[in-house]
Ligand binder design. Structure first.
Ligand SMILES: [Zn+2]
Length: 253
């Protein structure tokens, strides 16, 4: 089995990372177009119902989500429901999933351990705007500073999302990335047919690595939602018709 696979299960298919499945203290999953469709509106009943269904499918008691605003803010979630305006959430509450919604944007999910072995989890919604604001590095820093997680113990998965094969961006995106992340960020951009392509997978892997997460504990999928995303919503491929899928992770109750 590869590092990421989709299993047909009741009530709908669910993607998962082998490395996270191996951790009995955590439950996680990536929903597909065959599962509940999350709304673009974080305050909608559709989003609330889908979040509750996804948590239930994993045997978790509820899910916390955010109004994703393409910023750099990560919040700590304490209870199910809308946690606020943020592009990342962390929690150490058993049974509570933190849930990110996407149609192309990478969702990074992570679990780490304290010295006493107890876990905490988090997700980051790593759109380009949030990536250049360091959202994934901030998630790790908050797990460390607020929840006493050692970054060296973190296992992370980067869910299916727009890949470097297809994620074309304008010059202004590259300019902002270099401004905010420094000249080193130039390596995340490639030139394809006269246009820039941004590798969000590498950019977020770099943030995890720089934050002290071992590279060997970070898993991707090689599934690009734009060109091979039959099973996942893609805003670039489907436009306004695209729903949202989710990646969620929680501590086993
Ligand atoms: Zn692609």
């Amino acid at each position: 089995m590869g590092p990421f696979s989709i299993s047909e299960r009741d009530p709908w298919p669910l993607g998962s990372f082998t490395a996270l499945d191996a951790d009995s203290g955590v439950r996680h999953g990536v929903t597909t177009r065959g599962g509940p469709t999350f709304g673009t509106d974080a305050t909608s009943q559709q989003t609330a119902d889908a979040a509750a269904a996804a948590a239930d499918a994993l045997g978790l008691t509820g899910a916390a989500w955010a109004r994703q605003v393409h910023g750099g803010t990560v919040l700590r979630a304490h209870e199910p429901g809308l946690a606020g305006d943020a592009d990342g959430l962390i929690t150490d509450a058993p049974g509570l999933a933190v849930l990110g919604r996407s149609a192309d944007c990478p969702l990074v999910i992570a679990v780490g351990r304290r010295d006493d072995g107890t876990p905490a989890v988090g997700f980051a919604h790593a759109s380009w705007r949030s990536t250049v604001r360091g959202i994934t590095a901030t998630m790790v820093a908050m797990l460390r500073d607020d929840l006493a997680i050692d970054p060296a113990t973190i296992t992370a998965g980067i869910a299916p999302s727009a890949g470097p094969c297809c994620y074309e961006v304008g010059e202004e995106v590259r300019t902002e990335a270099l401004d905010r992340l420094g000249g080193d960020a130039a390596r995340f951009f490639g030139r394809v047919s006269g246009r820039w392509h941004l590798d969000l997978w590498s950019a977020n892997l770099a943030q995890l690595k720089a934050s002290g997460v071992p590279t060997a504990r970070v898993w991707g999928t090689d599934v690009c939602t734009i060109c091979q995303g039959e099973r996942f919503w893609s805003w670039r491929a489907q436009g306004d018709d695209a729903g949202r899928f989710a990646a969620l992770i929680g501590i086993a109750p």
